[in-house]
Design a protein around this ligand. Structure first.
Ligand code: MTE
Length: 308
């Protein structure tokens, strides 16, 4: 999200139909291999999916597009850097610490963190603050399931998410472009909302590192930067946490960061968006990224121009 020329979108055109067939194929594969596999670096394993939730009938982006046009500043600031460099990150073993204001803090191997819950495919619109968008078939679990298991106390009013800090494998962390490690936060009610998920896969298989393996947040009514990748810590806190992008530029990146066509605090005009692999911002941005009927009530009475 640093200011730079828009790089070319690499779009090897794979047809939708083929992707859907591939997806069915993954699901079929998952059905015959009940031992859901451990996420491994650069290696995609099929996941067993129990339920499919489709929130849009728009065309789903191709695997190629979703895995080659990324923001993951730990690996560089070009859209192609994560696909190029994220393979060097070791994502197994991987521990997620859950702590702060909760009755049952714990360190979980990522496999154990997700094991008690059924994996769901969630087809969501994905909207970056840079005004590009995609439609992504995530695989994950409701964030609320994981949070509830930790038994947050009444002091827990916000949740903070932290990405791994490992400059030896994340070359971008050797540059002080952001206050590393990358952190983000949600208000408690936002974190408990059924649309918020922890994703562990796309297209029926474990995430590639460039998309935030082995586990990342997805909050589809907010700009993509809220969706912390490669999470190592989830902490219940009693005040609005600092976040990497608002620390970098507080007037550009607000805490809420709900998709809003009427508020453009950064240089990107938010009234329209460019659906990848398209080159032009031809689509009107939808308030809350089109999820307003489900999430708007959480912001009733708030001035969304001030609380952007
Ligand atoms: N998480 C970390 N740790 N580092 C990042 O640079 N970029 C964010 C978000 N999560 C980012 C991150 C931004 S700006 C976006 S748009 C999404 O990840 C991109 O997710 P995708 O590459 O899977 O599409």
């Amino acid at each position: 999200m640093l200011i730079r020329n828009a790089p070319d979108v690499r779009s090897s055109e794979v047809t939708d139909e083929r992707q859907y067939l591939r997806r069915r194929e993954f699901i079929r594969l998952a059905a015959v291999s009940p031992a859901a596999s451990t996420p491994a670096s650069g290696d995609q394993s099929p996941l067993q999916i129990a339920k499919h939730v489709v929130t849009t009938d728009e065309k789903v982006n191709t695997f190629e597009q979703i895995t080659n046009y990324n923001n993951f500043y730990e690996f560089g600031s070009d859209k192609s850097d994560p696909a190029r460099y994220a393979g060097q990150l070791h994502t197994s073993p991987w521990t997620v610490k859950i702590d702060g204001h909760c009755a049952r803090p714990a360190d979980y191997h990522v496999e154990d963190l997700i094991k008690p819950f059924e994996l769901e495919e969630r087809i969501y619109r994905h909207r970056c603050v840079e005004a590009w968008s995609m439609v992504i078939p995530w695989v994950g679990i409701p964030l609320a399931s994981v949070l509830r298991r930790a038994e947050p106390t009444s002091k827990a009013t916000f949740v903070e998410f932290t990405t791994l800090l490992r400059p030896s494998e994340m070359p971008g962390q050797r540059d002080p472009i952001l206050n590393w490690p990358y952190t983000e936060g949600l208000r408690m009610d936002e974190a408990m909302h059924p649309l918020a998920i922890l994703a562990v896969g796309i297209y029926g298989k474990t995430l590639l590192n460039q998309n935030g393996a082995p586990i990342r947040l997805v909050v589809p009514w907010k700009y993509g930067f809220k969706s912390t990748k490669s999470i190592v810590r989830i902490r219940f806190v009693d005040r609005m946490p600092h976040t990497a992008w608002s620390d970098q530029n507080p007037s550009w990146y607000g805490f809420y960061s709900n998709v809003n066509p009427d508020v453009s605090p950064v240089r990107w005009d938010q009234s329209r968006e460019r659906r990848l692999p398209g080159l032009f911002a031809t689509r009107k941005t939808l308030i809350f990224n089109g999820y307003g009927d489900q999430v708007a009530s959480m912001y009733a009475g708030m001035d969304l121009r001030k609380n952007y």
